[in-house]
Design a protein around this ligand. Structure first.
Ligand code: GDP
Length: 197
């Protein structure tokens, strides 16, 4: 799929005010600094698309983009903010969970994981919750260029072993790099294929 058009539609703190669920939707989520904005810009070929969500105050919102007038790309607030007050954190979680549970056109949630890091409980707890609630998701291991091929495959292997303690099989995953463009074609093909069904 070629992305010919990518436009910012709106930011919301209220799920009911999101665009009508009349197009397939793909959302991106991850801990802050995981490389979410960079990935969104990379796959859409727009240098600053996700910057909107990077403006102060916008990071705690659900950001909708319309791609090729055909599907919605959603930039969700990050989870696991150590530096944010507990009440704010709970508000984020509520917003995120509410969005995920109610958004009927959500085809897939991309859960971003920094490929350099050891498995983190916040990510695995979140994915467990997705599993229990039957939410389709795919992992994206980000920043692959920061590791040697060998270290990358070691880390993914470790991740897989950790996941297999809880899961019958490893959820589907992609490997990406916003620096080299790795993963772009695979992620876009996945969206194109699942979009039609
Ligand atoms: P966000 O908070 O999840 O939206 O993360 P950003 O996209 O803002 O990225 C956080 C930092 O990681 C920035 O300094 C990016 O330049 C850097 N970064 C993000 N993705 C990559 C990547 O694939 N490779 C490298 N080398 N750096 C990256």
């Amino acid at each position: 799929m070629n992305i010919t058009r990518a436009e910012f539609l709106m930011s919301n703190s209220d799920v009911t005010k999101c665009p009508k669920p009349n197009k397939p939707e793909y959302a991106f989520i991850g801990r802050s600094n995981v490389g979410k904005s960079s990935l969104i810009n990379m796959i859409t070929d727009h240098k600053n698309l996700a910057k909107i969500s990077g403006k102060p105050g916008k990071t705690q919102l659900i950001n909708h983009f319309l791609i090729n007038s055909d599907w919605y790309l959603v930039d969700l607030p990050g989870y696991g903010f150590a530096k944010v007050a507990k009440s704010t954190r709970q508000r984020f979680s509520k917003l995120i969970f509410n969005y995920i549970e109610t958004r009927e056109n959500l085809i897939n949630l991309f859960v971003l994981i920094d490929s350099r890091h050891e498995p983190q409980s916040k990510d695995s707890e979140f994915m467990e919750w997705l599993g229990v609630n039957g939410i389709p998701f795919t992992i994206i291991f980000t920043k692959a260029d920061k590791l040697t091929k060998r270290k990358l495959s070691e880390n993914i292997n470790t991740y897989e072993q950790e996941m297999l303690k809880k899961w019958e099989e490893m959820p589907p995953y992609f490997i990406s790099s916003a620096s080299t463009g790795q993963g772009k074609d695979e992620i876009l093909s996945f969206i194109e294929e699942t979009n039609k069904t």
